[in-house]
Design a binder for this molecule. Structure first.
Ligand SMILES: [Zn+2]
Length: 434
């Protein structure tokens, strides 16, 4: 009789009286910042990580997630996306080559993205209204040094590059703006071989005290990467499309963009190894055609790993060889990059690169951005512009939790299974994206 009364009382306990909102049980936690690599339970409360321990009582959570046999990591950070979707612009600026965030992040285990230069200082406030304020995903941005942003009409025009206004906008919104981007510059005439765009981006980065990311365009004769990495770049500045470029440059061609692996010797060039040692960041930015196996395989085999794995997600890459973060993370594993290094390059490394050490980890008290994956075993294929390889592993996203809320759940692994009310579009000027 007493037992029945007690269990009845427990059953009536409301969710809010439970100590935790979610308890995740039985998953293998990999948290590079905290050196965690073991089966552990995680408890979430008030949108934050409340506890991580060998055992947490599952009845203490309003929802219980069964992650047995799965891997749990910090929510992924994708350092290179293009999310300035819209109708009225051009290229990747307020145009249809951009994507809306949440549909392309949560199914991939991504909770934070950095838009790599779609807006410039003149278009950032529109970007904030259209993209940042309308997304559950944490959207951060690097401002394009071109004032309008990644507008294909102005990218090679230095008259449109304004370091002072760029830095001022970055300082106005430090919670959203984490860097400056130079992309695609390809000058003509006297500007065919010019460091001016790089210098202007660096000037903005120095004025706002934030890193720059460079997507080198092409030049005639080519601009040596040794100079970019070891003369121009400060430690912390980022080179994206690190495994792309034109491998023939420097061998048979003198114009275009250099590659970091010498394809005749299959070795990473000495200056790139030296640059990474002194703190220059090598970012993947896979994109539609910005990754080559002729670059990636020799680099990974020699232990030269990208600091950050990122997608360069846009309409041209989303259904192509790239697809999403778990696909290219699996591709890097297929080339021989260790699993833990792949996770680190997709969580803790990018958090540090954008100077947001509160992100990309599962420390107690940090915002509960969590990804849960199954590491499927079998024979899988991965391809790029210059070939294909097979791999034994494929990461599949099981669940994504953003700020303590389940925002993606592939196989109904939460009990009870709560269907979230769809987020309502917010009116303009009501920011929700901390
Ligand atoms: Zn890009």
């Amino acid at each position: 009789m007493l037992f029945i009364l007690c269990s009845g009382a427990i059953a009536q306990q409301s969710e809010s009286e439970k100590p935790y909102s979610i308890v995740i049980k039985g998953g293998h936690v990999i948290d590079p910042k905290n050196n965690l690599d073991a089966v552990m339970d995680i408890a979430i409360k008030d949108g934050k990580i409340a506890a991580i321990a060998k055992t947490i009582d599952g009845t203490q959570g309003a929802q219980l997630v069964n992650a047995k046999g799965m891997y749990i990591t910090p929510g992924l950070i994708d350092l290179h996306v293009h999310f300035f979707w819209g109708q009225d612009g051009s290229g990747y600026m307020n145009a249809r080559a951009g994507l809306p965030a949440d549909g392309f992040t949560f199914p991939a285990g991504v909770t934070t993205v950095v838009d790599a230069g779609s807006p410039g200082w003149k278009s950032f406030e529109l970007y904030k209204k259209q993209t940042i304020d309308q997304s559950q995903t944490r959207v951060l941005a690097m401002l394009n040094i071109v004032s309008e942003g990644m507008d294909s009409r102005n990218e090679s025009d230095i008259e449109h590059m304004d370091p002072k206004s760029t830095a001022e906008m970055a300082k106005k919104y430090p919670e959203h703006i984490v860097g400056v981007k130079l992309a695609h510059f390809s000058g003509r005439g006297p500007l065919a071989h010019s460091w001016i765009p790089t210098d202007l981006a660096l000037e903005a980065g120095k004025l706002a005290n934030i890193p720059i990311m460079v997507d080198f365009g092409s030049a005639t004769p080519y601009l040596p990467l040794d100079s970019l990495f070891n003369v121009k770049f400060r430690p912390g500045d980022m080179y994206t499309h690190a495994f792309g470029g034109n491998p023939e440059v420097g061998l048979t061609s003198q114009s275009g963009r250099e590659s970091i692996v010498d394809v005749s010797t299959k070795k990473v060039k000495e200056y790139a190894v030296r640059a990474q040692k002194r703190g220059v960041i090598f970012d993947v930015g896979f994109g539609g055609s910005s990754f080559l196996f002729s670059q990636g395989i020799p680099a990974i085999k020699s232990g030269f790993y990208p600091n950050s794995i990122s997608t360069d997600l846009h309409t041209g890459s989303m259904n192509n060889a790239m697809k999403n973060m778990p696909n290219i993370m699996s591709l890097f594993m297929a080339m021989g990059m260790p699993f833990k290094e792949v996770i680190k390059a997709s969580t803790w490394n990018p958090a540090q690169q954008i100077k947001r050490p509160e992100l990309g980890n599962l420390s107690i008290g940090s915002e509960a951005d969590v990804a849960i994956f199954t590491l499927r075993k079998g024979k899988f294929g991965y391809y790029a512009r210059d070939g294909k390889i097979s791999g034994k592993d494929r990461l599949e996203t099981e669940m994504t939790i953003r700020a303590g809320k389940i925002v993606y759940n592939l196989n109904a692994i939460a009990e009870p299974n709560i269907i979230q009310a769809p987020p309502r579009p917010r009116p303009a000027n009501t920011p929700s994206n901390p």
